[in-house]
Write a protein of this length. Structure first.
Length: 142
């Protein structure tokens, strides 16, 4: 290893580029699948329902995930090792999915008589989350 550190670094960068492309493609596919799931959610008027006070626990969990994901992303952008950035982006995608699931659960639990508002909000939030994931995937392709 000491004889050829430059070659080792070059091989590491090549594998890192491949890894970024693979995860970029996976993020793009995930955004397409999520778009389909949002269409089904809006058309079938579905949503997760939590029993009793579990909705508040799920809300706290989702917000903590969002805060941790954003703080980890900000911290990792300053690092030179880009492979950790992929892991942090996976955490961000997971947090965004939790927010979408929480929103559908809250509309299912606390919905009023107006059925159009929750459908529009789920549609808009699902589209925004899908576009963010698609943007992450496209940014990995460059």
């Amino acid at each position: 290893m000491k004889l050829a550190p430059e070659k080792s670094r070059r091989l590491q960068k090549i594998s890192e580029k491949k890894l970024r492309r693979i995860y970029g493609v996976q993020f793009i596919v995930l955004s397409i699948i999520l778009g389909g799931a949002v269409i089904l959610l809006v058309n079938l008027e579905g949503g997760k329902e939590y029993p009793g006070y579990m909705i508040y626990v799920a809300a706290g969990y989702s917000f903590i995930k969002v805060v941790l994901a954003v703080s980890n992303m900000i911290r990792e952008r300053k690092q030179e090792v880009r492979t950790w950035l992929i892991i942090r982006d996976i955490g961000l995608v997971d947090a965004l999915m939790s927010v979408l699931t929480l929103q559908t659960a809250m509309f299912a639990a606390f919905a009023v008589d107006d059925r159009n508002f929750p459908l529009k909000m789920n549609d808009v939030t699902g589209a925004v989350v899908s576009l963010i994931i698609l943007g992450i995937g496209i940014s990995y392709q460059s």
